[in-house]
Write a protein that binds this ligand. Structure first.
Ligand SMILES: [Mn+2]
Length: 327
């Protein structure tokens, strides 16, 4: 039996399922969780939706987003199976989830993901790096099970695809992305409504934060690398949080001639000094997943990340030299 057949049989024999995704969830993580869960609920299953960081405010328009809990404390009993979506590894769902899993309460563990990775450490998995988003894999799974794509599921799936293809602009925008999106629009999704919710509903504070971040713009290596820096005091001054830096890395990327864009975001202080959350974006020449991996992170060829401890100067030196090497 293939993993897909085993997953289908797990779904048909089970009643109670847990669905989770990676921390700092994006539209694909939450959209996939909600689309899969709604589909399962619609065929009579009980679903608990968990994400360590909850649903970011920008994604609260998604149908059933209010069902997502951010703590497993009040959860009683065991699950028949647990889906970890848009995650190469269960560790990305956070420490609380790892503890919950290690206590044996997750049941059968299943990963559904589109990141390039080695064999994940779960019971079964569907990995399709050719899919633009996990939402596309969830769409196929629901179709395979003949579960109706309701307008609410459609909205979640469309958001998954839109976010992970950068609104059909990134190189992962395969024909299937348009084909599925076309069907979702026929099922009632209004593209203008979703794009307004995603791209024209920013809080004022985010723009004020951008005002502090843009002056940190630095372009190096003959104009091939551009970076921005977000420091913690900028959040304090503007009343914002790290969630508000979503998309900032796209500003240095949009510069003509820039191959790799980097966002350095200051994290909590520990004994090694500051920690820097690094977001990397490539226009294609450099595989930034490899650069992320060099520092214990990972991601896609054109979008990756990692964490580096030390001063900003040290973090910049390490990242710039790795990119320079790859250019
Ligand atoms: Mn994704």
């Amino acid at each position: 039996m293939s993993d897909l057949e085993k997953i289908l049989s797990v779904i048909s024999s089970g009643k109670r399922f847990l669905i989770t995704s990676h921390e700092n969830p994006d539209g694909d993580a939450i959209g996939s969780m909600l689309a899969l869960g709604s589909g399962l609920e619609n065929i009579g299953k009980d679903v608990v939706y968990y994400n360590k960081d909850g649903v970011p405010s920008l994604l609260r328009f998604l149908p059933h987003g209010e069902k997502v809990i951010s703590s497993l404390d009040g959860i009683h009993g065991d699950f028949y199976a647990t889906f970890i979506v848009d995650c190469t590894d269960t560790g990305r769902a956070g420490e609380e989830f790892e503890d919950f899993k290690n206590s044996g309460r997750c049941g059968v563990t299943i990963i559904i993901d589109h990141h390039k990775t080695s064999k994940p450490s779960v019971d079964f998995y569907i990995l399709d790096p050719s899919a633009s988003s996990t939402g596309m894999i969830v769409y196929s799974l629901l179709k395979t099970m003949s579960i109706e794509i309701t307008p609410e599921i459609a909205k979640n799936l469309y958001t998954s695809i839109l976010v992970d293809t950068g609104s059909f602009r990134y190189s992962n925008t395969v024909p299937e992305a348009f084909e599925i999106a076309r069907e979702l629009v026929e099922l009632g999704v209004k593209p203008s409504e979703i794009s307004q919710a995603l791209y024209e509903s920013e809080p004022l504070g985010k723009l004020k934060l951008l005002g502090y971040v843009l002056p940190t713009l630095e372009v190096t290596e003959n104009g091939h690398i551009a970076s921005l820096v977000v420091k913690r005091d900028m959040f304090k001054i503007t009343g914002t949080s790290k969630e508000d830096t979503e998309g900032f890395v796209n500003f240095p990327r949009c510069i003509n001639g820039v191959e790799v864009a980097v966002l350095f975001r200051e994290e909590g202080i520990n004994e090694d000094g500051a920690g820097w959350k690094i977001s990397l974006r490539s226009k294609g020449k450099v595989n930034v997943a490899e650069i992320g991996e060099m520092f214990g992170g990972g991601g896609h060829e054109r979008a990756a990340g990692c964490l580096i401890n030390g001063t900003l100067a040290e973090a910049k030196r390490l990242v710039y030299s790795a990119i320079k090497e790859a250019l």
